[in-house]
Write a protein that binds this ligand. Structure first.
Ligand code: SF4
Length: 449
């Protein structure tokens, strides 16, 4: 676990459809390719084999993992890749019988990928193992990675993405966060900002938060214009653009329906493998952008407050879920993904609406409390049903949680820390059938056609 989980760790610009099945594996593949190159083994490599274990083995194909791995080995990153190019990567490798590790061309066969859903590596259910072989079949390098949710990748017992330095206000629980804020007379957003400035510098954090917000906005605005069917075998049609057209013709208050359309627009972009921001994961990528966009459109909040105070407060709360429970559907079920995002969005909205720190904590707690037990059972392994609509509902829950919290003074019985710990325990108790394996729930009761 890193010393401090930054907003830039939780919000990363990447591609859909899944942070743990697309973004994380692409990063892992790039790390393996880089290890081959830096170890002087790349020029001797004649074959690379990839094994996907557990949830990655079960739902990887539906989540675009194969494309992400081929693109990552070739040197692409989630932040800078062309989503269209990535969406063709696996097919191109198959058709041409070749693929690349950086610019080294290798022969490719479908046997180079092995999906092993029934094998769960002890450390995490999203395991990947890369092996490189010489032309004589000698093993040159074996590395095992874990895609632990939100695009985070671990390897060799270390969190690969993290390089930490000291922050002025470290905290590891909501209670501690509130206590420091009270002592220092800071809002949660201000405290988080000071920590981020210590980590990244003022200019970098402001420009990166702005880029993250612009990418979130763009995923909404683009998603609201697109029609047609989403990839995969389910035959799910996009509907955000149709919703928007209907809403534009209505005269009554449609802010709640717009909120849902914003979330659906993002998640349709995500399902189509397009550019989205992990918030904190891809499956839950619509909730925070939708609530933030709603605040901008219907609460007249300025964009600089959204890009700074909203996102930083959401991230401060998200760091508690990442640190003390999980943001991974494969580890904790959908409560870990959509529940965490809902709670983060509620905190961000409460902050920019002028809530006290206690009210923010209350809003975040309410939002998670009513997502406890939520299972992850994507039909056909695609991040479409129930995922897309679920983001719309969770965005509504986040706004409702803020309304409830703002009607009180922040005093409440169940603390955010308690509900986070309850989510962790519920995730541990949850059968693996309901943790992104598509072996239970809607995934087995909805007939694919
Ligand atoms: S059901 Fe929830 S956790 Fe599972 S893939 Fe969909 S959004 Fe992610």
């Amino acid at each position: 676990m890193p010393d401090y989980i930054s907003a830039l760790d939780l919000f990363t610009i990447g591609i859909g459809p899944s942070s743990s099945h697309t973004v994380g594996p692409m990063r892992a593949a790039l790390l393996f390719a880089s290890a081959l190159r830096s170890g002087g083994k790349l020029e001797h490599t004649a074959r690379v084999q990839v094994k996907l274990f557990g949830s990655l083995g079960a739902t990887g194909p539906g989540h675009g993992t194969s494309n992400a791995l081929v693109a990552g080995l070739a040197g692409q990153t989630p932040e800078t890749c062309d989503p269209e190019e990535v969406s063709r990567a696996w097919q191109q490798a198959n058709e041409s019988s070749m693929w690349f590790v950086f610019d080294r061309q290798l022969n490719f066969s479908a046997d180079d990928f092995s999906f092993q859903p029934l094998i769960h590596l002890p450390r995490h259910s999203n395991g990947l193992r890369f092996t490189s072989y010489s032309s004589s079949g000698e093993v040159l390098l074996v590395q095992t990675y874990y895609s632990v949710g939100g695009g985070f990748v671990e390897a060799d017992h270390e969190l690969v993405r993290e390089q930490r330095s000291e922050v002025p206000y470290p905290f590891s629980s909501a209670e501690e966060l509130l206590e420091i804020c009270s002592r220092e007379q800071l809002s949660i957003a201000e405290l988080a900002y000071r920590n981020e400035v210590a980590l990244h510098g003022e200019e970098v954090i402001l420009s990166k938060l702005s880029a993250i917000w612009q990418a979130m906005k763009s995923s909404i605005e683009t998603g609201l214009t697109k029609h047609g069917q989403l990839p995969g075998t389910l035959g799910v049609s996009r509907r955000a653009a149709d919703m928007a057209n209907q809403l534009r013709g209505m005269t009554e208050d449609t802010s709640n329906e717009w909120l849902q359309a914003f979330a659906i627009a993002v998640n349709e972009e995500n399902a189509a493998g397009q550019r989205v921001v992990t918030a904190p994961t891809n499956g839950a990528a619509g909730i925070i952008p939708a609530v933030a966009y709603y605040a901008m459109k219907f609460k007249a909040l300025p964009e600089d407050a959204i890009a700074k105070d909203f996102l930083l407060t959401a991230a401060a709360i998200g760091s508690l879920y990442k640190r003390n429970a999980s943001i991974s559907g494969a580890e904790a079920g959908c409560q870990g993904e959509v529940g965490s995002a809902c709670s983060m969005a509620a905190a961000g909205l409460a902050q920019v609406l002028g809530a006290t720190n206690k009210q923010i904590e209350n809003a975040a707690e309410i939002a998670m409390e009513h997502n406890l037990g939520l299972t992850c059972d994507p039909v056909g392994g695609f991040v479409q049903m129930p995922c897309i609509e679920r983001n719309a509902i969770a965005a509504g829950t986040a706004v409702a949680a803020v309304r409830l919290a703002l009607l009180g003074d922040g005093t409440h019985k169940i603390s955010l820390d308690t509900v986070i710990e309850t989510m962790r325990q519920t995730g541990l108790d949850m059968s693996t059938k309901y943790k992104e394996t598509s072996l239970g729930g809607l995934a087995v009761n909805v007939v694919e056609c």
